[in-house]
Design a protein around this ligand. Structure first.
Ligand SMILES: [Zn+2]
Length: 476
């Protein structure tokens, strides 16, 4: 990069920060995100109110149902998945009391036909708490956060064995319940769905049912987070890490079409799916509000060759990511509870770090809150593909009344995170002079009057036979 370009970076950072610092200082800071999320007091308060003691109580209670295998008893009030389902339903109802009627709770049930891990037709129930958004322009925009409340021992079809599932996945379920309890008191523009699903160990059945319903009803699910195995801080590798959470995101969308693949090969973007933008957004937002937690982006849909409840969403075109602890310990996942050669096996509460689960819940909640406070990410963002030293971006106007304007972000093509930002006001087209689209990746994000920011949208090339409206071009 030549000095002129560096100085342009410096100038745009300078404009954003509004600080009197010289260009050398700015250049030294280039590797850091130049855009700190604003100190939204609502988000700070949500982060403060999340309480590890509630999470511990929930995890111990869920483990105390003995097993929560999807094939276990549904009508026993003490043991089995039915007891867990009813307890979760009652807890979400309690959380909803603080919402002034904005949060509704339902059991979403269906009969699953026989399948590989379903020997007999089985009722599968998701417990779904919906906190309706208050802004008419944003209320149909939905953010889903989930954990799975079913569990398993060695065998996914063993309905009788003890399967405490404290980490997999009472941890994720307890985090979602705690988020619902805290966030029900707050009012957001967009809608948030807090969900505990079943049938995950039976091949993602509950989440698939929800995602398919969403698709059929044409819901605008703008992002989905799954929390699965978020409570162990001492890995099987002996490493203790209480300050990092992994966020898995896919680069190439699971539902990419052949024409989209052709475009991607032509202009790049294998690191710029909507899910990858979501991961960047989570890292940037949560590290501003939860500074003691580091978000490690992993450039994979899930762990190596494995799956989770975000996948049915990805397959239907909804951006989604998976949260998981940094170092897993496989002695405490999918294991019959037993002692072997002096080693305790089994997914027991004693191996869960409740304070860490609370921190992962805070990372989730800060990001979800920002998503639901902020305007929608800009739609129909395109780059005008003419041969030019400049880069011209266009997008559709947002409809939210509290929209303040837009920001263009960019980075070198090899950088994992956005490194630069330029506020451009309330416009729907902008030309970056002297910045070649060959050398950078760009994104456009929306900002509201309180400084809440959407994730960035990665532009597609404007098709060549598209009219070059709205902006006049210089061609004769
Ligand atoms: Zn799991």
């Amino acid at each position: 990069m030549n000095l002129g370009t560096k100085l342009r970076h410096a100038v745009s950072s300078f404009i954003f920060l509004g600080l009197t610092i010289n260009a050398t200082t700015v250049l030294a800071q280039r590797s850091r995100p130049p855009q700190r999320a604003p100190r939204n007091p609502g988000i700070a308060s949500i982060v403060r109110q999340i309480d590890a003691r509630n999470i511990e109580r929930s995890i111990r209670q869920l483990a105390a149902f003995g097993t929560r295998n999807t094939l276990s008893e549904q009508n026993n009030p003490k043991r089995g998945i039915g007891a867990a389902r009813d307890w979760l339903y009652a807890e979400f109802l309690k959380a909803a009391e603080a919402s002034n009627g904005r949060m509704t709770v339902e059991k979403q049930s269906y009969e699953q036909a026989k399948a590989q891990r379903i020997p007999e037709p089985t009722i599968i129930t998701n417990v779904v708490a919906t906190l309706k958004g208050s802004q008419p322009e944003a209320t149909d925009r939905i953010y889903v956060v989930s954990g799975h409340y079913d569990s398993m021992c060695n065998s996914p079809t063993d309905a009788k064995c003890d399967a405490p599932g404290a980490n997999d996945d009472a941890s994720g379920t307890a985090a979602v319940l705690e988020m619902a309890r805290v966030m029900a008191k707050f009012e957001f523009d967009a809608t948030i769905v807090f969900m505990a699903v079943a049938g995950e160990e039976q091949s993602l059945l509950g989440s698939t049912h929800f995602a398919e319903q969403a698709k059929q009803k044409n819901w605008n699910v703008d992002a989905m987070f799954t929390n699965d195995i978020i409570g162990n801080t001492l890995g099987g590798n002996g490493i203790r890490d209480r300050g990092t959470v992994r966020v898995f995101s896919e680069g190439v969308p699971s539902n990419e079409t052949p024409p989209e693949a052709t475009t991607r090969r032509s202009v790049g973007g294998e690191n710029d799916s909507a899910s990858r933008q979501l991961a960047r957004f989570i890292k940037e937002t949560s590290e501003a509000f939860v500074p003691n937690m580091k978000v490690l982006m992993v450039y994979r849909r899930d762990r190596y060759g494995r799956g989770g409840d975000h996948i049915p969403f990805l397959e239907r075109g909804y951006p989604a990511v998976r949260f998981t602890e940094m170092n897993e310990d496989f002695r405490h996942q999918h294991q019959n509870v037993r002692v072997e050669n002096g080693v305790q096996y089994g997914d027991l509460p004693e191996f869960v770090d409740f304070a860490y689960v609370a921190n992962v819940a805070r990372v989730n909640a800060a990001s979800l809150a920002m998503l639901a406070y902020a305007p929608s990410r800009p739609k129909s963002v395109t780059i005008v593909p003419r041969l030019s030293d400049d880069t011209e971006l266009r997008w559709e106007a947002n409809k939210e009344p509290d929209l303040a304007g837009y920001e263009i972000v960019w980075r070198d093509t090899a950088s994992p995170v956005w490194t630069n930002v330029k506020p451009v006001g309330k416009v729907t087209t902008f030309t970056l002079k002297g910045m070649s689209k060959d050398n950078f990746f760009f994104g456009v994000r929306a900002v509201d009057n309180e400084g809440n920011r959407s994730p960035a949208t990665f532009p597609r090339p404007m098709s060549r036979n598209q009219p070059s409206n709205p902006a006049p071009t210089s061609s004769p």
